[in-house]
Design a protein around this ligand. Structure first.
Ligand code: ATP
Length: 303
């Protein structure tokens, strides 16, 4: 479990992380989402003891990273897949890491199998594609069989097969009861594999919610679209019942402040035939854009 409380990091006048509080729980994939420069990597580096918070705390299973007796066994991480000695083979890299924690050689073979690296384990890392390097990074993260796994942008640069593999892997890791914390700047990517999403912008917490909760907050949520043989009569009746109605160019009505069932019932009372009736759900992208709209660090000037 990862617990951040009032976590803050300042670099000179830049506040990269600003009073962030959240919890990533066991058995759950927690997505960490935000535009570029939102403070995701800085937060992850603080979780892993690579940066000291300016204020606040972050712990793994109640302990600061620096106080963990065997960190690789508590928390496995992939922050930068390319930060491996290029002259080493994948196998030697994993073996060297394993030795620092008295992890047996058999576990090295196991994680090579788990990440599908068997065919390339004897090759030097400098010849690796980004996809292979990501797999090696994930193999290293899993080496100590940790209860918590932290992955920074794990699908970045992967081909479609690799993306599917990472999604299934993180689901499996959470299914085994592990805490999985992974960052992305793509909402739709996290929607496919995360249970909860912690959204940040300019270092601040914007939302900490389940994926369905985020959908509900979106502008599209709560909208009912209806097309009938008598739009004017229906619009009048709906307005009288307190709903907000806007006529659409194709003759349909967009109705807010009521449910699809109620719209159907009112249409029945008015005596018009329903040709189409649908409750629109919000889109995650819309929810995300609404949340982060004011906190994007760089925005294209032209529309
Ligand atoms: N070592 C550093 N020194 C100075 N400023 C930094 C440092 N590390 C990060 N920052 C700044 O802190 C802010 C947050 O950066 P961070 O890399 O944590 O964001 P991010 O959400 O991971 O973004 P990205 O998706 O682009 O990696 C940015 O404005 C960045 O320029």
């Amino acid at each position: 479990m990862i617990t951040a409380r009032g976590l803050t990091k300042r670099y000179g006048t830049t506040t990269a992380v600003d009073g962030l509080s959240f919890t990533a729980r066991p058995g759950v994939v927690t997505g960490f989402l935000g535009p570029n420069g939102a403070g995701k990597s800085t937060t992850m580096r603080m979780v892993l003891g690579l940066e000291r918070p300016t204020a606040g705390t972050v712990t793994v299973d109640g302990q600061r990273y620096a106080d963990l007796r065997a960190p690789l066994r508590s928390v496995g991480a992939m922050l930068d897949a390319r930060s491996v000695h290029p002259g080493r083979t994948a196998h030697r890299h994993l073996l060297a890491l394993a030795r620092t924690h008295a992890i047996p050689r058999s576990r090295v073979e196991e994680v090579i199998g788990l990440t599908g690296l068997e065919a390339v384990a004897g090759r030097r890392v400098k010849g690796f594609s980004l996809g292979m390097a990501q797999r090696l990074g994930i193999a290293a993260a899993l080496l100590g069989d940790p209860a918590t796994v932290v992955l920074d942008e794990p699908v970045n640069g992967l081909d479609p097969d690799g993306v599917l593999w990472v999604r299934q892997l993180v689901r499996d890791l959470a299914g085994q009861g592990r805490t999985v914390f992974l960052s992305s700047h793509l909402m739709h990517e996290l929607a496919l594999c995360a249970d909860r999403v912690v959204v940040v912008g300019r270092g601040r917490l914007l939302a900490d919610a389940s994926v369905p909760e985020l959908l509900e907050r979106s502008r599209g949520a709560g909208l009912v679209r209806v097309r009938t043989t008598g739009p004017d009569a229906l619009a009048q009746a709906l307005r009288r019942s307190g709903a907000e109605v806007t006529a659409q160019p194709d003759g349909a009505l967009h109705v807010r402040g009521t449910s699809a069932e109620q719209v159907g019932a009112v249409a029945g009372r008015v005596g018009v035939t329903v040709l189409e009736l649908a409750a629109e759900t919000g889109s995650l992208e819309a929810a995300y854009l609404e949340l982060t709209g004011g906190s994007v660090e760089y925005r294209a000037g032209a529309r």
